[in-house]
Ligand binder design. Structure first.
Ligand SMILES: *[C@@H]1O[C@H](CO)[C@@H](O)[C@H](O)[C@H]1NC(C)=O
Ligand SMILES: *[C@@H]1O[C@H](CO)[C@@H](O)[C@H](O)[C@H]1NC(C)=O
Length: 542
């Protein structure tokens, strides 16, 4: 169409496989005139683009949604925790482009790297390397030490915007500290900002196989100390990205797992994936990238050994069903948990699952290690166990043919979610014990919006929390944030001490800056209970 007067209307169409990034537009009339700049992204709305996604509601969730839920906990207690991705908040796109330019492949060959940016497989692999700061100027440094004094406790973060700003505003100095869900959530922000559909995925009972034999070998000494290299984490979090795989045989388009948490090197760099979920499900471990590592995370068998003082190794037990359960992501368009285990593996214990495992193991030319019958001790805790109170433990022995006399050593230990044992908190030979308070998971945060929410009008929300412990909580803080709600700021309120079983209420005020569906998240911290999170979805009207 022709605009009036001295104005020319210009439209630019780009091929669907053109590299993403910053372009400048120049008018060449003998003398060059710079008209402006634009950023080209992957386009999930374009049928010929490698990231094309057919359903509008899927694109709304996996590309446009700025808030989401991340699942944590254990197979028995799955908890959703809110996260603000904020990929369209001011400055985010520039930071994501900077992240691509800081990648070592760009410094060593800028032309090849920029050309690679036409391909979401390439870009996803770069993102998985650049979210962690191992071996490059990436964003986050991982820390699982339990001491985070010179940085931010990983469980304290609730959003990606502050992390990416901190990195970009400090000359790409690594941000302290991340753990798996922080790495995954920031990768999700960057993927969505660049137009690659992405979701955060949690695997419960997640194996970390250090010697790539698809077996998790637990090794204990005679005193019960864990001396293994391999581990099974209560949960582990990574991302799935949606794209075509023209680099593989047909049939592998769709969701691809990639894992930005630095765990093992791949082609000399801490990165992992993208690998098609279909390849993981069928045990096709020679497909790019890093299929054996992801396969083990969801499918490894567990074998337990005791190393006696004379050096002899005794097999104690094992299981082929401990690893890879309730693989979870937020459902499209709702706050329900969507279980996607079936996309990663055949049903546990099924014939197909065993076949796939054997095929995968054959690929690694491993000898089968059979199960041995013997004495088994299983520990069960009673279901009504309360945080901060004593609880009952039941031990069950089974699988023996004759009576046996056993020496039972019973240890109580704090184990963090990554399987790392903490301090010994008791060595007793009968079956009663005490656990210290504050190590469990509770979430009693409730949020309630009071006024009808409109953009640029002050809004308040009431937050309440009930102390579930039989003792007071000191040094209590609420931190509140929401993309488009709190103007990029974290609102912090000190509420002092909360008595045993007492309820504390706090009314937070803020002025929403954007319309549409928004998520307010709140984090509660205190001396005994910390990182308790709640959230509220709010529709902001004009
Ligand atoms: C983890 O954090 C502690 C304390 O803040 C620090 O001393 C230690 O060096 C950190 N570890 C890594 C790997 O950065
Ligand atoms: C003992 O083993 C049998 C056979 O494997 C099983 O059916 C039973 O449930 C086990 N008992 C307990 C208490 O685990």
């Amino acid at each position: 169409h022709n605009p009036p007067g001295n104005v020319v209307s210009l439209s630019v169409s780009s091929p669907p496989d053109v590299p993403i990034g910053l372009y400048s537009l120049t008018l060449d009339q003998g003398q060059k005139v710079k008209l402006g700049e634009f950023v080209l992204l992957f386009n999930p709305w374009c049928a010929k683009d490698a990231v094309y996604m057919e359903e509008e509601r899927d694109r709304q969730e996996y590309v446009l949604s700025q808030a989401g839920l991340i699942y944590k906990g254990t197979t028995k207690r799955i908890k959703a925790s809110p996260w603000t991705f904020g990929q369209f908040e001011p400055g985010m796109l520039d930071i994501c482009l900077k992240l691509l330019d800081e990648n070592p492949k760009y410094s060593s060959d800028a032309d090849a790297d920029c050309s690679g940016r036409r391909n979401p497989v390439y870009v996803t692999r770069v993102i998985s390397a650049m979210i962690n700061s191992n071996d490059d100027k990436g964003v986050l440094v991982g820390n699982w030490s339990g001491d985070y004094d010179d940085g931010v406790r990983p469980s304290h973060w609730t959003e990606s915007v502050a992390i990416l700003h901190q990195w970009a505003d400090n000359c790409c100095q690594r941000v302290r500290y991340g753990q798996c869900w922080v790495f995954a959530a920031v990768a999700c922000t960057v993927s969505r900002a660049l137009g690659i559909p992405c979701r955060v995925v949690t695997n419960f009972g997640s194996a970390h196989d250090t010697n790539s034999n698809l077996l998790i070998e637990f090794l204990y000494d005679e005193d019960g100390n864990d001396i293994s290299d391999d581990s099974v984490w209560n949960f582990h979090v990574w991302v799935d990205n949606w794209m075509a795989r023209p680099d593989l045989d047909a049939g592998y388009d769709g969701w691809q797992a990639s894992d930005p948490t630095p765990q093992e090197k791949s082609e000399g760099v801490f990165c992992c994936g993208p690998v098609p979920l279909k390849a993981i499900k069928e045990g096709e471990l020679n497909l790019k990238y890093d299929a054996p590592f992801v396969f083990a995370e969801v499918n490894a068998d567990v074998v337990e050994y005791v190393k006696l003082t004379n050096g002899r190794m005794v097999k104690m037990g094992g299981s082929s069903i401990d690893v890879g359960h309730f693989i979870s992501t937020k459902a499209v368009g709702s706050d329900e948990r969507h279980d996607i285990t079936h996309l990663y593996k055949h049903p546990e214990g099924s014939l197909q699952e065993r076949e796939v495992f054997e095929r995968a193991k054959h690929h690694h030319e491993l000898q089968q290690k059979g199960e041995e019958p013997g004495l088994k001790v299983k520990i069960k805790v009673s279901p009504d166990m309360d945080i901060g109170a004593d609880f009952d433990v039941f031990a069950v022995t089974n699988n023996t043919e004759a009576d046996k006399t056993c020496r039972v050593m019973f240890y109580a230990r704090i184990v963090s979610y990554d399987g790392k044992p903490g301090a010994n908190c008791g060595f007793i030979e009968d079956l009663t014990m005490e656990v210290p308070t504050g190590k469990g998971q509770v979430s009693f945060v409730l949020l309630r919006a009071i006024y009808k929410p409109r953009v640029n009008q002050k809004l308040s929300a009431q937050i309440s929390l009930q102390n579930p412990l039989p003792e007071p909580l000191q040094n209590c803080f609420f931190s509140v944030i929401g993309a488009g709600l709190t103007d990029g700021k974290i609102l912090i309120q000190n509420v002092g001490t909360v008595g045993p079983k007492q309820e504390v209420k706090y009314t937070v005020e803020f002025t929403p800056t954007s319309t549409g569906s928004r998520t307010l998240t709140v984090d509660f911290d205190s001396d005994k209970l910390s990182n308790i999170k709640g959230y509220l979805n709010i529709e902001i009207k004009e």
